[in-house]
Design a protein around this ligand. Structure first.
Ligand code: SF4
Length: 150
C-alpha cells in the first residue's frame, strides 16, 4: 500500500518533464477526450514508477489521468476492490480470510470516497465498516487530496 504522503517515487516519474495539463483532459467525453486520455497514457506507459503511481492514484486521486488510468477507470477499480473486500468479509467468496492488502484497500477506498464528498453513512454501508471507523478515517483526510502535485 502506498502511503499518501510517501512521494519518493515521484522523483522518477516520467511526467516530471511533461506539462501537467496533459493529464487533465479538456473534454469530458467523446473523441477529443479519448485522444487526450490516450496521449497522457502514452507518457505513463514509459514511466518506471507506473505501478506505484497507479496504486496511489486509485487510492487518492479523483481527477485526471494517472498511473496509466483515466479517472473513470480508477473509480471502477476502487469500486471493484470494495466489492471484493465486501464479498470476502461476507464469506460469499468461500472461507478465504480478508487479506491485509484488502484491508488497506478498504481504508484507501474509504478515504478516497470521503475526499470525494460521499456521505459517511453510505461509505460505512458500502465498505462494511462502522460509522465510527469512517469518522476516524475522516480525521486523517485533509482538504487537499492531490497534494504534492506531479
Ligand atoms: S502519472 Fe504516474 S504513471 Fe503516469 S507518468 Fe506520471 S508518475 Fe508515471
Amino acid at each position: 500500500m502506498v502511503e499518501r504522503d510517501d512521494d519518493r517515487w515521484r522523483a522518477r516519474a516520467a511526467c516530471r518533464s511533461v506539462d501537467p495539463e496533459r493529464f487533465f483532459p479538456t473534454a469530458d467525453v467523446g473523441a477529443l477526450y479519448d485522444r487526450e486520455v490516450a496521449r497522457a497514457k502514452r507518457v505513463c506507459r514509459r514511466c518506471p514508477v507506473q505501478a506505484v503511481c497507479r496504486e496511489w492514484a486509485i487510492a487518492y486521486l479523483p481527477h485526471g489521468v494517472a498511473g496509466g488510468m483515466s479517472e473513470e477507470e480508477r473509480r471502477r477499480a476502487r469500486r471493484a476492490s470494495a466489492r471484493r473486500v465486501r464479498r470476502a468479509e461476507l464469506g460469499t467468496n468461500g472461507p478465504a480470510p480478508v487479506l491485509r492488502t484488502d484491508r488497506a484497500h478498504i481504508i484507501a477506498a474509504g478515504r478516497a470516497a470521503l475526499a470525494e464528498g460521499v456521505d459517511r453513512e453510505e461509505i460505512a454501508r458500502t465498505l462494511g465498516v462502522t460509522r465510527r471507523t469512517v469518522d476516524r478515517w475522516a480525521a486523517t483526510v485533509t482538504a487537499s487530496i492531490i497534494g504534492g502535485g506531479r
